[in-house]
Design a protein around this ligand. Structure first.
Ligand SMILES: NC(=O)c1ccc[n+]([C@@H]2O[C@H](COP(=O)([O-])OP(=O)(O)OC[C@H]3O[C@@H](n4cnc5c(N)ncnc54)[C@H](OP(=O)(O)O)[C@@H]3O)[C@@H](O)[C@H]2O)c1
Length: 272
Protein backbone atom coordinates (compact mmCIF):
# COMPACT_ATOMS: atom_id res chain seq x y z
CA UNK A 1 0.00 0.00 0.00
CA UNK A 2 1.38 3.45 -0.96
CA UNK A 3 0.56 6.26 1.46
CA UNK A 4 1.23 9.92 0.62
CA UNK A 5 4.56 11.43 1.72
CA UNK A 6 3.01 13.59 4.46
CA UNK A 7 1.76 10.46 6.24
CA UNK A 8 5.20 8.84 6.32
CA UNK A 9 6.72 12.13 7.49
CA UNK A 10 4.60 12.00 10.65
CA UNK A 11 5.81 8.54 11.52
CA UNK A 12 8.21 9.00 14.43
CA UNK A 13 6.87 12.28 15.78
CA UNK A 14 3.27 11.04 15.98
CA UNK A 15 4.06 7.60 17.44
CA UNK A 16 3.07 8.58 21.00
CA UNK A 17 -0.21 10.11 19.92
CA UNK A 18 -3.30 8.03 20.56
CA UNK A 19 -6.37 7.49 18.39
CA UNK A 20 -9.62 6.06 19.74
CA UNK A 21 -11.50 4.17 17.01
CA UNK A 22 -15.06 2.92 17.56
CA UNK A 23 -16.36 -0.01 15.53
CA UNK A 24 -12.80 -1.21 14.92
CA UNK A 25 -13.69 -4.92 14.87
CA UNK A 26 -14.68 -4.99 11.18
CA UNK A 27 -15.18 -3.08 7.94
CA UNK A 28 -14.22 0.59 7.62
CA UNK A 29 -13.20 0.86 11.30
CA UNK A 30 -10.83 -2.09 11.01
CA UNK A 31 -9.31 -0.65 7.83
CA UNK A 32 -8.88 2.72 9.56
CA UNK A 33 -7.11 0.93 12.43
CA UNK A 34 -4.82 -0.79 9.94
CA UNK A 35 -4.02 2.49 8.15
CA UNK A 36 -3.39 4.36 11.40
CA UNK A 37 -1.42 1.70 13.30
CA UNK A 38 1.92 2.53 11.62
CA UNK A 39 1.64 6.13 12.84
CA UNK A 40 -0.26 6.14 16.14
CA UNK A 41 -0.99 4.15 19.27
CA UNK A 42 -4.58 3.03 19.21
CA UNK A 43 -7.51 2.37 21.51
CA UNK A 44 -9.97 0.14 19.70
CA UNK A 45 -13.53 -0.49 20.79
CA UNK A 46 -16.59 -2.49 19.67
CA UNK A 47 -18.65 -5.26 21.31
CA UNK A 48 -16.64 -8.26 20.08
CA UNK A 49 -13.81 -8.35 22.62
CA UNK A 50 -12.09 -11.52 21.35
CA UNK A 51 -11.95 -10.12 17.80
CA UNK A 52 -10.57 -6.81 19.12
CA UNK A 53 -7.86 -8.65 21.13
CA UNK A 54 -6.85 -10.61 18.03
CA UNK A 55 -6.68 -7.43 15.93
CA UNK A 56 -4.70 -5.60 18.64
CA UNK A 57 -2.05 -8.34 18.90
CA UNK A 58 -1.72 -8.52 15.09
CA UNK A 59 -1.32 -4.74 14.75
CA UNK A 60 1.20 -4.56 17.62
CA UNK A 61 3.26 -7.39 16.12
CA UNK A 62 3.26 -5.75 12.70
CA UNK A 63 3.77 -2.09 13.65
CA UNK A 64 5.35 -2.11 17.14
CA UNK A 65 2.79 0.38 18.46
CA UNK A 66 0.50 0.02 21.51
CA UNK A 67 -3.05 -1.08 20.76
CA UNK A 68 -5.36 -0.93 23.78
CA UNK A 69 -8.65 -2.82 23.79
CA UNK A 70 -11.65 -1.34 25.60
CA UNK A 71 -14.81 -3.23 24.61
CA UNK A 72 -18.20 -1.55 24.92
CA UNK A 73 -21.77 -1.80 23.68
CA UNK A 74 -22.73 1.66 22.44
CA UNK A 75 -26.47 0.86 22.62
CA UNK A 76 -25.95 1.41 26.37
CA UNK A 77 -26.27 5.10 27.22
CA UNK A 78 -23.51 4.89 29.86
CA UNK A 79 -20.99 3.20 27.50
CA UNK A 80 -19.20 6.42 26.32
CA UNK A 81 -18.63 7.55 29.93
CA UNK A 82 -17.41 4.07 30.90
CA UNK A 83 -15.00 3.95 27.95
CA UNK A 84 -13.58 7.36 28.89
CA UNK A 85 -13.34 6.40 32.59
CA UNK A 86 -11.29 3.36 31.55
CA UNK A 87 -9.10 5.51 29.27
CA UNK A 88 -8.42 7.85 32.21
CA UNK A 89 -7.79 4.93 34.58
CA UNK A 90 -5.11 3.65 32.19
CA UNK A 91 -3.52 7.13 32.10
CA UNK A 92 -4.17 7.63 28.39
CA UNK A 93 -5.34 10.72 26.48
CA UNK A 94 -7.12 10.95 23.13
CA UNK A 95 -5.44 12.94 20.36
CA UNK A 96 -7.67 11.56 17.60
CA UNK A 97 -11.27 10.40 17.92
CA UNK A 98 -12.75 8.26 15.15
CA UNK A 99 -16.52 7.86 15.60
CA UNK A 100 -17.08 5.03 13.15
CA UNK A 101 -19.40 2.51 14.88
CA UNK A 102 -22.84 2.44 13.35
CA UNK A 103 -25.38 0.28 11.59
CA UNK A 104 -28.67 0.36 9.68
CA UNK A 105 -31.85 -1.69 9.47
CA UNK A 106 -34.02 -2.33 6.43
CA UNK A 107 -37.83 -2.18 6.30
CA UNK A 108 -40.94 -0.02 6.47
CA UNK A 109 -40.73 2.19 9.55
CA UNK A 110 -44.15 1.07 10.82
CA UNK A 111 -42.89 -2.53 10.83
CA UNK A 112 -39.50 -1.91 12.48
CA UNK A 113 -38.65 -2.84 16.05
CA UNK A 114 -39.33 0.16 18.33
CA UNK A 115 -36.47 -0.83 20.64
CA UNK A 116 -34.19 -1.53 17.67
CA UNK A 117 -34.80 1.99 16.38
CA UNK A 118 -33.93 3.54 19.74
CA UNK A 119 -30.76 1.45 19.93
CA UNK A 120 -29.73 2.60 16.44
CA UNK A 121 -30.30 6.23 17.41
CA UNK A 122 -28.25 5.59 20.55
CA UNK A 123 -25.26 4.16 18.61
CA UNK A 124 -25.36 6.34 15.47
CA UNK A 125 -26.25 9.64 17.16
CA UNK A 126 -26.11 9.69 20.97
CA UNK A 127 -22.88 7.73 21.49
CA UNK A 128 -21.10 9.72 18.75
CA UNK A 129 -22.23 12.98 20.37
CA UNK A 130 -21.21 11.85 23.89
CA UNK A 131 -17.80 10.57 22.81
CA UNK A 132 -17.10 13.83 20.97
CA UNK A 133 -18.12 15.88 24.01
CA UNK A 134 -15.96 13.71 26.28
CA UNK A 135 -12.90 13.97 24.00
CA UNK A 136 -13.02 17.74 23.49
CA UNK A 137 -11.84 19.13 26.87
CA UNK A 138 -8.45 17.36 26.62
CA UNK A 139 -8.05 18.36 22.98
CA UNK A 140 -8.94 21.99 23.77
CA UNK A 141 -6.43 22.03 26.63
CA UNK A 142 -3.68 20.71 24.34
CA UNK A 143 -4.89 23.00 21.51
CA UNK A 144 -4.65 20.02 19.17
CA UNK A 145 -6.85 17.19 18.05
CA UNK A 146 -8.62 15.51 15.20
CA UNK A 147 -12.13 14.09 15.04
CA UNK A 148 -13.36 11.85 12.23
CA UNK A 149 -17.12 11.17 12.20
CA UNK A 150 -18.36 8.49 9.84
CA UNK A 151 -21.71 9.55 8.38
CA UNK A 152 -22.92 8.36 4.96
CA UNK A 153 -24.19 9.66 1.62
CA UNK A 154 -27.48 8.43 3.14
CA UNK A 155 -27.40 11.62 5.20
CA UNK A 156 -27.95 13.86 2.16
CA UNK A 157 -31.57 12.83 1.50
CA UNK A 158 -34.55 11.02 3.07
CA UNK A 159 -34.35 7.20 2.89
CA UNK A 160 -37.67 5.37 2.61
CA UNK A 161 -37.23 1.71 3.72
CA UNK A 162 -34.33 2.84 5.96
CA UNK A 163 -35.92 5.99 7.36
CA UNK A 164 -34.23 5.98 10.77
CA UNK A 165 -30.76 5.11 9.46
CA UNK A 166 -30.77 7.89 6.83
CA UNK A 167 -32.00 10.39 9.41
CA UNK A 168 -29.27 9.42 11.89
CA UNK A 169 -26.63 10.07 9.23
CA UNK A 170 -28.17 13.48 8.39
CA UNK A 171 -27.62 14.33 12.07
CA UNK A 172 -23.96 13.26 11.89
CA UNK A 173 -23.35 15.50 8.85
CA UNK A 174 -25.04 18.58 10.36
CA UNK A 175 -23.43 18.06 13.77
CA UNK A 176 -19.95 17.56 12.31
CA UNK A 177 -20.09 20.62 10.04
CA UNK A 178 -21.43 22.77 12.88
CA UNK A 179 -18.72 21.86 15.39
CA UNK A 180 -16.02 22.05 12.68
CA UNK A 181 -17.08 25.69 12.34
CA UNK A 182 -17.18 26.28 16.12
CA UNK A 183 -13.70 24.80 16.55
CA UNK A 184 -12.02 26.88 13.84
CA UNK A 185 -8.76 28.30 15.18
CA UNK A 186 -8.71 25.94 18.18
CA UNK A 187 -6.18 23.50 16.72
CA UNK A 188 -8.91 20.86 16.47
CA UNK A 189 -10.35 19.77 13.15
CA UNK A 190 -13.55 17.83 12.53
CA UNK A 191 -13.90 15.69 9.42
CA UNK A 192 -17.11 14.05 8.26
CA UNK A 193 -16.65 10.96 6.09
CA UNK A 194 -19.66 10.17 3.89
CA UNK A 195 -19.22 6.78 2.21
CA UNK A 196 -21.71 5.43 -0.29
CA UNK A 197 -22.36 1.68 -0.48
CA UNK A 198 -19.22 -0.07 0.77
CA UNK A 199 -18.41 -3.79 0.92
CA UNK A 200 -18.35 -4.60 4.67
CA UNK A 201 -20.62 -6.52 7.04
CA UNK A 202 -22.98 -3.50 6.99
CA UNK A 203 -25.32 -4.68 4.19
CA UNK A 204 -25.67 -8.15 5.70
CA UNK A 205 -26.34 -6.72 9.19
CA UNK A 206 -28.92 -4.31 7.72
CA UNK A 207 -30.55 -7.09 5.65
CA UNK A 208 -30.05 -5.15 2.41
CA UNK A 209 -27.46 -7.18 0.49
CA UNK A 210 -29.98 -7.56 -2.35
CA UNK A 211 -30.92 -3.88 -2.58
CA UNK A 212 -30.23 -2.16 -5.92
CA UNK A 213 -27.87 0.17 -4.08
CA UNK A 214 -25.47 -2.60 -3.12
CA UNK A 215 -25.91 -4.55 -6.37
CA UNK A 216 -25.14 -1.43 -8.45
CA UNK A 217 -21.88 -0.14 -7.06
CA UNK A 218 -20.15 -0.74 -3.75
CA UNK A 219 -16.66 0.54 -2.97
CA UNK A 220 -13.83 -1.35 -1.27
CA UNK A 221 -13.72 -0.64 2.45
CA UNK A 222 -9.97 0.07 2.39
CA UNK A 223 -10.41 2.78 -0.28
CA UNK A 224 -13.15 4.43 1.79
CA UNK A 225 -11.03 4.26 4.96
CA UNK A 226 -8.00 5.72 3.15
CA UNK A 227 -10.05 8.66 1.83
CA UNK A 228 -11.33 9.32 5.36
CA UNK A 229 -7.90 9.03 6.96
CA UNK A 230 -6.20 11.29 4.45
CA UNK A 231 -9.03 13.84 4.63
CA UNK A 232 -8.79 13.87 8.42
CA UNK A 233 -5.00 14.32 8.33
CA UNK A 234 -5.46 17.28 5.99
CA UNK A 235 -8.17 18.76 8.24
CA UNK A 236 -10.86 18.61 5.55
CA UNK A 237 -14.42 19.09 6.84
CA UNK A 238 -16.22 16.87 4.30
CA UNK A 239 -14.95 13.74 2.56
CA UNK A 240 -17.11 11.88 0.04
CA UNK A 241 -15.14 8.95 -1.38
CA UNK A 242 -15.70 7.96 -5.03
CA UNK A 243 -16.71 10.07 -8.04
CA UNK A 244 -20.21 8.59 -8.31
CA UNK A 245 -20.92 9.31 -4.64
CA UNK A 246 -19.65 12.90 -5.02
CA UNK A 247 -21.89 13.49 -8.05
CA UNK A 248 -24.95 11.95 -6.37
CA UNK A 249 -24.41 13.97 -3.19
CA UNK A 250 -24.29 17.19 -5.22
CA UNK A 251 -27.20 16.31 -7.51
CA UNK A 252 -29.71 15.93 -4.66
CA UNK A 253 -29.11 19.57 -3.69
CA UNK A 254 -30.57 20.83 -6.96
CA UNK A 255 -33.40 18.30 -7.51
CA UNK A 256 -37.00 18.47 -6.22
CA UNK A 257 -37.11 16.76 -2.81
CA UNK A 258 -40.12 14.57 -3.65
CA UNK A 259 -38.28 13.22 -6.70
CA UNK A 260 -35.10 12.67 -4.67
CA UNK A 261 -37.10 10.74 -2.06
CA UNK A 262 -38.75 8.55 -4.75
CA UNK A 263 -35.37 7.76 -6.35
CA UNK A 264 -33.91 7.03 -2.94
CA UNK A 265 -36.72 4.52 -2.29
CA UNK A 266 -36.26 2.91 -5.67
CA UNK A 267 -32.52 2.23 -5.17
CA UNK A 268 -33.28 0.74 -1.75
CA UNK A 269 -35.66 -1.82 -3.25
CA UNK A 270 -34.50 -5.41 -3.28
CA UNK A 271 -33.80 -7.16 -6.57
CA UNK A 272 -33.34 -10.90 -7.20
N1 LIG B 1 -20.90 -0.26 4.44
C1 LIG B 1 -21.60 0.72 3.92
O1 LIG B 1 -22.22 0.59 2.84
C2 LIG B 1 -21.63 2.07 4.60
C3 LIG B 1 -22.01 3.19 3.85
C4 LIG B 1 -22.05 4.44 4.47
C5 LIG B 1 -21.70 4.57 5.79
N2 LIG B 1 -21.34 3.47 6.52
C6 LIG B 1 -21.00 3.66 7.94
O2 LIG B 1 -19.71 3.18 8.18
C7 LIG B 1 -19.58 2.85 9.56
C8 LIG B 1 -18.89 1.50 9.68
O3 LIG B 1 -19.72 0.49 9.14
P1 LIG B 1 -19.16 -0.71 8.25
O4 LIG B 1 -19.70 -0.56 6.90
O5 LIG B 1 -17.69 -0.85 8.44
O6 LIG B 1 -19.97 -1.93 8.91
P2 LIG B 1 -19.52 -3.18 9.78
O7 LIG B 1 -18.49 -3.99 9.06
O8 LIG B 1 -20.80 -3.84 10.18
O9 LIG B 1 -18.84 -2.51 11.06
C9 LIG B 1 -19.59 -1.87 12.06
C10 LIG B 1 -18.75 -1.70 13.31
O10 LIG B 1 -19.56 -1.05 14.32
C11 LIG B 1 -19.51 -1.85 15.50
N3 LIG B 1 -20.77 -1.80 16.22
C12 LIG B 1 -22.00 -2.15 15.75
N4 LIG B 1 -22.91 -2.05 16.73
C13 LIG B 1 -22.24 -1.65 17.84
C14 LIG B 1 -22.61 -1.41 19.19
N5 LIG B 1 -23.86 -1.60 19.62
N6 LIG B 1 -21.65 -1.01 20.08
C15 LIG B 1 -20.38 -0.85 19.67
N7 LIG B 1 -19.96 -1.08 18.42
C16 LIG B 1 -20.88 -1.48 17.53
C17 LIG B 1 -19.24 -3.28 15.02
O11 LIG B 1 -18.58 -4.05 16.01
P3 LIG B 1 -19.27 -5.17 16.96
O12 LIG B 1 -20.30 -5.89 16.15
O13 LIG B 1 -18.10 -6.01 17.38
O14 LIG B 1 -19.84 -4.40 18.09
C18 LIG B 1 -18.27 -3.03 13.86
O15 LIG B 1 -16.96 -2.91 14.34
C19 LIG B 1 -21.00 2.89 10.13
O16 LIG B 1 -21.18 4.09 10.86
C20 LIG B 1 -21.89 2.87 8.90
O17 LIG B 1 -23.13 3.50 9.11
C21 LIG B 1 -21.28 2.23 5.95
Amino acid sequence: MVLPAYVGALDRKERQKIALITGASSGIGLDLAQLMAPHFDLIITARNQSELEKIARELEAKHGNHVHVIPGDLTRPDAPRQIFAEIERRGLAIDILVNNAGYGAYGLFAETSPQGNMEMVQVNIAALTSLTRLALPGMLERKAGKILNVASTAGFQPGPLMAVYYATKAYVIMFSEAIANELKGSGITVTCLCPGATRTKFAQRADMENSRLFKLAAMRSLDVARAGYEGMMRGKTMVIPGLLNKVLAQSVRFSPRKLVTEISRSVQKKVD
